[in-house]
Design a protein around this ligand. Structure first.
Ligand SMILES: *[C@@H]1O[C@H](CO)[C@@H](O)[C@H](O)[C@H]1NC(C)=O
Ligand SMILES: *[C@@H]1O[C@H](CO)[C@@H](O)[C@H](O)[C@H]1NC(C)=O
Length: 355
């Protein structure tokens, strides 16, 4: 939830990051400079590469805070410079200024505009949570040190950001104080309290050492804690991968087997057709021979010719037309003398490569 709302806050910032529309050289009114509602982003009438000068004219920005400032083209060589250490660039982007001493006015969330305390090494927040910068904080637009100890009076600043969740807009209050690291500024008593440990009752993230007050009202583990999975998850994932591969292979095997069976039955059908064709031819030939032999008048030279010719004529066209691919027909030629054909004989002949 925390991460989600942070994302949405950032999204909201992105949506409204568009500055004013007045180009460089155009007229503007410094009085219209403001912080945007909800995001508290600085806004002026000038566009994102210029600021509104005291003279009421949009001028090119003269410093920047970001490595990749918004509004400039990628790889731009005309970026304003970043400020050196001990200086800061105000939100307007006017000029680098030296850091401000305690009690000076500063801009919202700009702890870096404030001078560090002498004992900054003890007070600095290195947790990455932005509790202070180099031991100093800007609260209610005043620079102070984050040096208050346990039980001391403290200053608190509550900023109600608008965040966007699944259920729509909600207010995300960010509460900051000037207590030392390990303490928080209690909003009701305005005194520094010790951070709460895991499982303690809490009312806000700032009260927890883990910076994560759960919706159940107790301090939970840090939101950034990585989730660890048991060994069974790895086993399940491995099984899933192996199962997926096995399933794919099995499926392909069955699909190909079906295709192979289809092809085989087609070939068998073709072979049966051819076989039947031969049988028919054989029968015709036998019938013709028998009928010729049954005619006594036709015996003699003419009869011999007559009995020879049909076989020659019947053989040659078959050889030509089916020579390249036929199987049984060649057997027919090879076994012409025997006149005995059945399936097994032809299969036998094919297998042994008699042709
Ligand atoms: C913190 O403050 C000290 C003292 O002013 C300064 O020397 C140092 O550069 C500062 N560190 C950062 C990161 O600005
Ligand atoms: C914190 O710093 C301020 C400003 O220098 C000082 O007035 C105050 O006494 C300090 N508080 C503690 C507890 O050191």
């Amino acid at each position: 939830m925390k991460f989600l709302s942070l994302t949405l806050v950032l999204f909201a910032i992105y949506r409204t990051v568009v500055a004013g529309s007045v180009d460089r050289g155009g007229a503007c009114n410094v009085g219209n400079n403001r912080l945007q509602i909800g995001t508290f982003q600085f806004w002026s009438e000038c566009n994102s590469v210029s600021f509104c000068s005291d003279a009421g004219i949009c001028e090119a920005k003269r410093c920047r805070r970001d490595d990749f400032p918004f509004g400039y083209p990628q790889g731009s060589t005309s970026l304003p410079p970043k400020c050196e250490r001990g200086q800061f660039c105000p939100d307007e982007g006017t000029d680098c200024q030296p850091v401000l001493p305690v009690g000076s006015p500063c801009q919202l969330n700009r702890d870096d505009q404030c001078e560090a305390p002498p004992n900054f090494k003890e007070l600095v927040d290195d947790s990455g949570r932005g509790l202070n910068f180099n031991g100093s904080v800007c609260l209610n637009n005043v620079c102070m040190f984050a040096n208050e100890t346990f039980g001391n009076k403290c200053v608190v600043e509550n900023t109600p950001y608008i965040a966007y969740g699944i259920s729509g807009e909600f207010i995300d209050i960010v509460s900051r104080g000037n207590c030392q690291i390990g303490l928080y500024c209690d909003s009701s008593s305005l005194s520094c309290m010790k951070n709460k440990q895991l499982g303690d009752a809490c009312g806000a993230d700032k009260e927890c050492d883990s910076w994560n007050c759960l919706s159940t009202g107790v301090c939970g583990v840090t939101a950034a804690t990585p989730r660890h999975f048991g060994a069974y998850v790895y086993v399940l994932v491995a099984l899933g991968i192996i199962g997926g591969m096995g399933g794919t292979l099995t499926g392909l095997y069955f699909a190909h087997r079906k295709q192979r069976d289809l092809e085989r039955s087609k070939r068998a059908q073709y072979w049966r057709e051819q076989n039947a064709f031969h049988q028919n031819l054989m029968q015709m030939r036998e019938t013709a021979r028998a009928s010729i032999l049954a005619l006594p008048q036709n015996r003699g030279s003419r009869g011999m010719d007559y009995s020879q010719d049909p076989s020659d004529e019947s053989q040659s066209p078959i050889l030509q037309s089916t020579g390249p691919k036929a199987s049984g027909l060649r057997n027919y030629l090879a076994d012409d003398g025997s006149g005995e054909f059945d399936d097994s004989l032809m299969m036998h002949g094919r297998k042994e490569g008699r042709f």
